[in-house]
Design a protein around this ligand. Sequence first.
Ligand code: GLU
Length: 309
Amino acid sequence: MKSPQREVTVGRFAPSPTGRMHLGNVYAAVLSWLSARKAGGRWILRIEDLDPQRSKIEYARLLEDDLRWLGLDWDEGGLDGKGPAAPYCQSERSYIYKEYYSKLEALGLTYRCHCRRADILASQAPHQSDGRVVYAGTCRPASAPPFAASADQSGAIRLYVPDSEIVFTDRVYGRQCVNLARECGDFIICRADGVWAYQLAVVADDAAMGVTEVVRGADLLLSAAQQIYLYGLLGLTPPEHAHLPLLCNEAGKRLSKRDGSLAMDALRLSRKPEDILGMVAGLAGITPGQDAISLAELLSEFSWDKIKV
Ligand code: GLU
């Protein structure tokens, strides 16, 4: 399993079409686009519609419309899925995830899990301050890995994590040292209903698409450690990571797709693309205020040195 060799920077935006984009999503999209374009690189749009209950094609269409309205063009991907790594919608890429899973299974690091969420919440593992639960390993085979292949084809599939540190440097947050056993425990790579989990899909896709840099919100900083662990197991080189501070609404709460006021439908009623880009530029610290700015001007002003936590 080899990633395609790319001489250029390849960035990507990988939204889940579960609602209209809000300013926080736009912020990640703009910074990811700026970083790739500043380096003279390519930019991919991948639709992360793994969750059949929550993903809607209408949201993916609106998402593309919002990106075009802002002037953010992509070289590969999107709903019509043009490019060397097609298809670019995760719902059409299950056969690729299965291949990556087989490799992990062959390493003897996966096992079936029948715990229900309520059991996990009630288990003894410590809860993290942000509400995350650390899986206590209830269904993990008693012997140390490699685990023997199981005939059981039901339940979720979990990946064993060792009690050691994953170390990486984030372009914005600096050096990260994460012990996955302590932070999340063995994590799910395929849900009990057969839907591949984000962690496996994102690694498989970024690798297969030759992505060299991942720019996204800081809510995925822990995920980066899980993903770097997966890259190592699969013998793949991880991309560089840049996580962005999360934007909050006026009440100081993290923006969510359920938060209407800073959603693109509301913003587009009263603002021009340059106004939104100006807001992003100011929030990111690229410009001192939030004055309207064109995408070309923003690109010439952009530098990672200006982005602060
Ligand atoms: N699909 C994820 C989201 O919309 C982002 C995944 C990523 O950028 O790695 O939150």
